[in-house]
Design a protein around this ligand. Structure first.
Ligand code: HMG
Ligand code: MG
Length: 298
């Protein structure tokens, strides 16, 4: 059996835009996020407060956070790597902070310039200060199903990093298939292991669709009782510090599949289409999702 209702967390404005060759002006990002709000999401990750030299596409995070129209029923989140990033985020009124690290030493080093053991104290301070400021904190662990530098990552290593993040005070953990390496049987195996340690209400899945397996992996996760999924509209996305990574599972394809299966998402597909067309026109290139290919022909 699968759940009757799921939560979709839109990470397009962050994960979707962080690897785009063209920079989208803040005003267009704001307009897009407002359209996402109208489409019925309950959660939108709007940007990240990382070093502008590393991710120039999101250097306007503050402006974006200040400019969006806020719906009190929506959680607006921002990704933060360290205290400097948190200071920026706290100057805005985002509701939630997302922290991130990798299950793989090499990817962690390439992505945030730290070893795993150097990362924990940094995140501890960020999480403590964020919570003191009244924010909730979400955690990501990357390379759960494979690392572009180290290959397979032992599930025990994923469990170790995940436990430490929960001990530091995160409320939800998003399991990242950073390079879209997971296959459905592997997802089944990993979730069967994780079930022994975590409550499934605390876990979200963050599939990238590099090899077209994200929806199959989603189905296996649903059968395990996972109810929270990250996606990026149109299939935008990718981590610049993970060679070969491409877009997230397309939210529009995900919503379509779930609705066909009579699983509620709260998202309006017509409004989703409008928001997808909007960002497509601003990026000036066709979005890769299946839904978008259908919509583009209409
Ligand atoms: P670093 O160079 O080690 O930083 O970078 P540092 O602490 O040594 O500081 C060096 C300089 O950077 C200093 O400036 C700091 O002030 C400044 P200086 O004194 O030289 O003038 N600095 C900052 N500036 C702005 N914002 C900040 C910040 N921090 C320091 N937050 C750092 C470390 C983490 C900053 C860098 O590596 C970085 O920005 N990395 C970002 C990488 C990133 O955004 N990756 C993509 C997101 S993760 C992802 O996509 C995966 C996910 O989707 C899940 C999945 O798919 O698996 C979440
Ligand atoms: Mg990602």
């Amino acid at each position: 059996t699968v759940p009757k209702e799921v939560i979709i967390k839109e990470v397009g404005p962050r994960d979707g835009l962080q690897n785009q060759p063209s920079e989208v002006p803040a005003e267009d990002k704001i307009n897009w996020i407002n359209q996402l709000t109208e489409a019925g999401y309950s959660y939108i990750e709007i940007s990240s407060f990382v070093h502008p030299k590393w991710i120039p596409q999101l250097k306007d995070a503050r402006q974006v956070a200040a400019g969006i129209k806020r719906d009190p029923s929506v959680t607006y989140a921002a990704l933060v790597p360290n205290m400097k990033g948190l200071e920026g985020a706290l100057e805005t009124d985002v509701d939630e902070i997302s922290v991130f690290m990798s299950a793989s030493e090499t990817h962690n080093k390439k992505n945030i310039n730290k070893s795993l053991s150097e990362t924990y104290p940094v995140l501890k301070e960020v999480i403590d200060e964020a919570r003191l400021a009244g924010k909730t904190v979400r955690g990501y662990v990357s390379t759960v199903f494979g690392c572009p530098y180290e290959g397979d990552i032992p599930t025990d290593q994923v469990i170790e990093v995940s436990k430490r993040l929960f001990d530091l005070g995160i409320e939800e953990l998003s399991l990242g298939d950073t390079i879209g390496a997971a296959n459905p049987l592997q997802v089944d195996r990993v979730l069967t292991e994780l079930e022994k340690h975590f409550t499934f209400g605390q876990l979200a899945m963050h599939f990238h669709n590099t090899r077209g397996m994200a929806l199959a992996n989603t189905l296996v996760s649903l059968e395990h009782g996972i109810i929270t999924f990250d996606g990026a509209l149109g299939g935008l996305g990718g981590c610049p510090y993970a060679k070969g990574a491409s877009g997230n599972v397309a939210t529009d394809d995900l919503v379509h599949m779930l609705h066909q299966m009579d699983i509620r998402t709260g998202i309006d597909e017509t409004k989703l289409q409008k928001a997808a067309r909007f960002i497509q026109s601003k990026l000036n290139s066709a979005l890769p999702s299946h839904q978008m290919q259908i919509w583009n022909k209409q």
